[in-house]
Design a protein around this ligand. Structure first.
Ligand SMILES: Cc1ncc(COP(=O)(O)O)c(C=O)c1O
Length: 459
C-alpha cells in the first residue's frame, strides 16, 4: 500500500516513528483472497479444515474448520464466566491448568525422570495469558529487544516475525539459511550468534518447530546438535542466550524420526544461562484459532536463587513484568475462551483432549504422507522440497534462475486454479511456494500435485 493520501494529509506529520513505519503487508492476504475467488484447490489457508464426519462421530459432509467436539457444549456457559474482565495475567485456574499441560507435554517419564519433572515444576513461571501466540511473541520481543537490537531467526520463518520485530519494534533480524544439504544449517546459526555477539551483550534467538512455512522439525540427532551448539556458544561467549520457542504447532508431528516435543524442555534442563521462553496457545493446539488465547512461560535456572522462597518471588516478579505488558497493551484477554479452555481440561481431562485431537492429527498425517509421496513423483530439476515432518505446511523451492515464485503462483492460479502462497525474498535467499495441506482434503492431493507438475513444465 502506498499511503498517498495519508502522506498528503496533516495526519502524516503527526504520526510517530512507529505510526510511519507500520503497515499490514498484503502478501498472504492477497494470495488468499485471490485463491478464494479463482481457485478450485486452495492451499493458502493456515488452519486445519476437513469434512466434519472425518473427525467428529456423526458429523456432516460439510467442509469445516477442524474443532474438538466439546466446544459445542459450551455455548451456554454461565454468564459469570463470560462477562467480567479476566485478570490481567489470565484466569488463575486456566494458568495453573496450562502449567500442568506443559508438564504433561514434556518428554519426561514420571517414574524414571522425577528430577527433570521436579525442575520443570519448580523452575518455570506460571504461564501468563496473552491474546494468541502472536501477542505472546510481541510481548516477549518487547521486553527483550530495544530498537536497533538484533534477534536471530532462520530465513524461512513466519512472516509476522518481521512485522512484530522490524516494523513494530524497530529491532533487527539476523537471518541465516535454515537448511544446508537438507539438514538444519547449524553452522549458519553459529555464525549468526558469533556475529551478533560482537555487538550485543545478550543473544536472542527465535525458533519454531514444526515450522511455518516449511513443516520442518529436527530429527533427534539434529535436536541434540542444536542444543549442544547453543551450550557451546554460551560456554565460549558467556552471554545470556534467550531462546524464544514458538510452539504454535506443538504436537503436530507425523514422523517417528523427528522430535515430537518442544525444544523448551531440553533447553530448560541446561544449567547455563540459556533461557527458554515457551510460546504456545489454544489456537492450533486445541483448534480454537479465533479464541485468541496464548501463553508465555519462562524457564528459570535453579542457580539464580538460593532457596524455594526466593525462586517463588523471582517468578512473581517476572510474571508482574509480563502482566505490565498486558495491562499496557490489551489489558486482559478474552474471558470466554479462557473459561472454555479451563472447562475442557477439567471436564474431559488431558487424555480425552489428546484422543479427540488425534482424529484431526491423523487426518493431517495422512495428507502429509500423501503430499510428500506425490511430490516425490515429480521429476523436475527446478524444484526441491524442504525437509518436513509436521505442522500445517510444506515448502517447495523453485530454481530462481528459471522460475520466480510470484509468477509461478500467479500462473498456477490462473491456468490451473490452484492457490498457494509464494515467498520470494531475494536478500534472504528464498524463492518458493508454501502449500497449506492442512486445508486440502487428502483426495484432492494427487490432483493438486499433478497441476503443480504441469505448471512447472510451462516454465
Ligand atoms: C509460527 C507461528 N507462530 C505463531 C502463530 C500465531 O498464532 P496465534 O494465532 O495463536 O496468534 C502462527 C500462526 O499462523 C504461526 O504460524
Amino acid at each position: 500500500m502506498e499511503f498517498k493520501y495519508i502522506q498528503k494529509s496533516p495526519l502524516y506529520k503527526a504520526l510517530s516513528k512507529l505510526g510511519k513505519r507500520i503497515y499490514l503487508p498484503d502478501g498472504i492476504f492477497y494470495w488468499s483472497r485471490r485463491a478464494k475467488k479463482e481457485a478450485e484447490i486452495i492451499g493458502t489457508i493456515g488452519s486445519a479444515f476437513a469434512i466434519e464426519k472425518d473427525f467428529i462421530d456423526g458429523g456432516s459432509d460439510e467442509w469445516v474448520p477442524c474443532y474438538l467436539k466439546d466446544i459445542k457444549n459450551y455455548a451456554n456457559i454461565d454468564i459469570k464466566q463470560i462477562v467480567p474482565y479476566a485478570s490481567i495475567g489470565g484466569l488463575p485456574d486456566t494458568r495453573e491448568i496450562w502449567k500442568e499441560w506443559i508438564i504433561r507435554k514434556s518428554p519426561y517419564d514420571e517414574k524414571t525422570e522425577e528430577k527433570e519433572i521436579m525442575r520443570l515444576k519448580k523452575y518455570i513461571t506460571t504461564p501468563i495469558i496473552t491474546s494468541g501466540v502472536t501477542n505472546g511473541i510481541y510481548l516477549t520481543c518487547s521486553i527483550f529487544l530495544n530498537p536497533g537490537e538484533t534477534i536471530i531467526s532462520p530465513n524461512k520463518r513466519w512472516g509476522n516475525y518481521d512485522n512484530i520485530i522490524v516494523k513494530h519494534l524497530g529491532a533487527k533480524i539476523k537471518s541465516f539459511d535454515f537448511f544446508k544439504d537438507n539438514k538444519i544449517n547449524l553452522q549458519g546459526l553459529k555464525d549468526a550468534i558469533l556475529e551478533v555477539s560482537k555487538v550485543q551483550e545478550k543473544i536472542v534467538i527465535i525458533i519454531n518447530f514444526p515450522n511455518n512455512p516449511t513443516g520442518y522439525t529436527p530429527t533427534f540427532d539434529e535436536a541434540k546438535e542444536l542444543i549442544d551448539l547453543i551450550r557451546e556458544m554460551y560456554i565460549s561467549l558467556k552471554k545470556p542466550i534467550i531462546v524464544m520457542v514458538d510452539d504454535a504447532y506443538e504436537s503436530y508431528v507425523y514422523n517417528n524420526d523427528n522430535i515430537n516435543v518442544s525444544m523448551f524442555y531440553d533447553l530448560h534442563q541446561l544449567d547455563e544461562d540459556i533461557i527458554p521462553i515457551k510460546l504456545d496457545g489454544i489456537t492450533k493446539e486445541l483448534l480454537m484459532y479465533g479464541g485468541r488465547i496464548g501463553f508465555v512461560t519462562i524457564g528459570l535456572k535453579p542457580n539464580w536463587t538460593k532457596n524455594d522462597d526466593e525462586s517463588e518471588i523471582l517468578k512473581k516478579e517476572i510474571e508482574n513484568k509480563l502482566e505490565g505488558m498486558n495491562r499496557s497493551t490489551v489489558s486482559n484477554c478474552n474471558h470466554f475462551y479462557q473459561a472454555i479452555t479451563q472447562k475442557m481440561f477439567i471436564e474431559n481431562g488431558m487424555n480425552q483432549i489428546i484422543t479427540d485431537r488425534d482424529k484431526v492429527k491423523n487426518l493431517l498425517k495422512e495428507r502429509y504422507e500423501e503430499i510428500n509421496s506425490e511430490l516425490e513423483k515429480i521429476d523436475n530439476p527446478n524444484i526441491t522440497i524442504d525437509p518436513n515432518s509436521g505442522g500445517f505446511f510444506l515448502f517447495v523451492n523453485l530454481n530462481r534462475d528459471k522460475i520466480k515464485a510470484t509468477e509461478f503462483a500467479d500462473h498456477l492460479l490462473k491456468k490451473y486454479k490452484v492457490g498457494v502462497i509464494p515467498l520470494e525474498k531475494v536478500n534472504d535467499n528464498i524463492n518458493g511456494i508454501r502449500i497449506a495441506y492442512c486445508s486440502i482434503d487428502k483426495l484432492q492431493i494427487p490432483e493438486l500435485i499433478s497441476r503443480i507438475s504441469s505448471a512447472l513444465k510451462d516454465f
